[in-house]
Design a protein around this ligand. Structure first.
Ligand code: LMR
Length: 395
């Protein structure tokens, strides 16, 4: 039976990261997978995570299963982080959440809920979007529709086109939005644009589903949540898939949260019960370690403050790299790369053709996705000149 199965190609992002790791060229530049890297090219462990981990290891009394919904300190802390301390939805107890294995697990739980509520739902995704949205949501049986989002020529959000396309989204449809730091393009909605989409959701009845994997890496924890919070004030229901991979550096620990803002408390409890049944069907209960660390950080003022200041430094560094890269690329090529400085978070498209991206890989060991998506956090003082010269050479 099993010998009929064929070997499949590696995942585009993970496969490319592996190819870069295997490249022996000492000048190679890894701009592939979205992990934060410091000046030394390492993905660091936050000091707050280190401290929480030492305390957890010293104090942990059991490895018995986690409660099905996850760690309560983590859930409470994340809800406040996402929705804000003064959130009226939290005050009215119309929010329900479950811990999930990473942002991907949260997206999958969200998809299961959508499928249970509306088996024929269409999920509107931005063009472009993170490629893994398709298998994560599609494997549950949801259908997709696409709304125009990024204009490659103008290097910006084509908001008129987005609005035009989303006019077709109706009650029973879901619109997947990137909470901040759009992956792959880095071009985010302004607060005014969020307000327009929120009003469309309220008027047309579609349900927003917000993938929120980069809070704190655009402009800051609070600023990055402004669009989501505005949406929560204006629409009766929405789903959030949040991740602590990037903003707490807990990538391999798989720490995520599926959060539901509902009409009322009873509906919130119903959705949590549905999410727990879905989780039991797929992986039973969430992993403990990372969420226990995040829960400790979010419930300790000292650890929260340490974590926040380290995250702010990362965010400043990314924005500094954006300015630096713009300058170097413009000097090397004589072209305008101002959009890199305007975009947010880890990713931007350089605006190269697939052929140019492949030449960079082959001739210079500069690794970016075929779409020319780069992880800005892979740039550092040691590689920025080489990178800019290489890009200019293939233009
Ligand atoms: C990325 O887009 O590179 C990250 O979100 C990591 C991943 O799992 O693809």
């Amino acid at each position: 039976m099993l010998d009929k199965l064929e070997r499949l190609p590696a995942d585009t992002i993970l496969g490319l990261a592996a190819a870069c790791r295997a490249d022996p060229n000492p000048a190679k530049v890894d701009l592939t997978i979205g992990i934060y890297m410091d000046e030394q090219g390492l993905c660091p462990v936050f000091e707050a995570v280190r401290q929480a981990q030492q305390a957890l290891v010293a104090e942990e009394l059991t490895k018995a299963y986690m409660p099905p919904a996850g760690d309560e300190a983590f859930i409470q802390g994340m809800q406040r982080l996402l929705l804000g301390e003064g959130s009226s939805a939290l005050r009215d107890q119309r929010v329900g959440s479950v811990q999930a294995p990473g942002g991907c697990g949260a997206l999958r739980i969200g998809a299961e809920i959508i499928r249970a509520a509306a088996p024929d739902a269409r999920v509107w995704v931005s063009d472009p979007t993170w490629p893994v949205h398709f298998p994560l949501l599609g494997s549950v049986g949801l259908r997709f529709a696409t709304y125009r989002y990024y204009d490659p020529a103008g290097h910006d959000v084509n908001f008129d086109a987005m609005v035009e396309d989303l006019k077709q989204a109706t009650a029973g449809d879901v619109v997947l939005l990137h909470g901040c730091c759009h992956n792959p393009c880095g071009a985010d909605l302004s607060l005014e644009q969020w307000a327009v989409v929120a009003d469309m959701a309220a008027r047309q009845g579609f349900t927003p589903f917000i993938d929120f994997a980069y809070q704190g890496l655009g402009d800051g924890l609070e600023q990055d949540a402004a669009g989501l919070r505005l949406m929560v004030e204006r629409v009766p229901e929405l789903i959030v898939a949040a991740s602590c991979s990037k903003n707490m550096g807990l990538y391999r620990e798989r720490v995520g949260l599926a959060l539901f803002v509902c009409r009322d408390e009873a509906n919130a409890q119903a959705l949590v019960s549905q999410a727990l049944v879905a989780a039991r069907r797929i992986y039973s209960m969430p992993p403990a370690h990372g969420a226990l660390l995040a829960g400790r950080i979010l419930s300790s003022p000292a650890l929260t403050s340490s974590w926040r200041s380290e995250l702010e430094a990362m965010c400043r560094r990314i924005n500094g790299l954006r300015s630096g890269l713009r300058l170097k690329l413009e000097q090397a090529s004589g072209r305008d790369f101002g959009f890199i400085e305007k975009e947010k978070g880890m990713f931007s498209f350089l605006g190269l053709s697939t052929e140019q991206a492949l030449r960079l890989r082959r001739d210079y060991s500069v690794y970016m996705l075929d779409s020319s998506r780069i992880n800005v956090a892979g740039v550092n003082a040691a590689n920025i000149d080489y990178l800019a010269r290489a890009v200019a050479a293939v233009l």
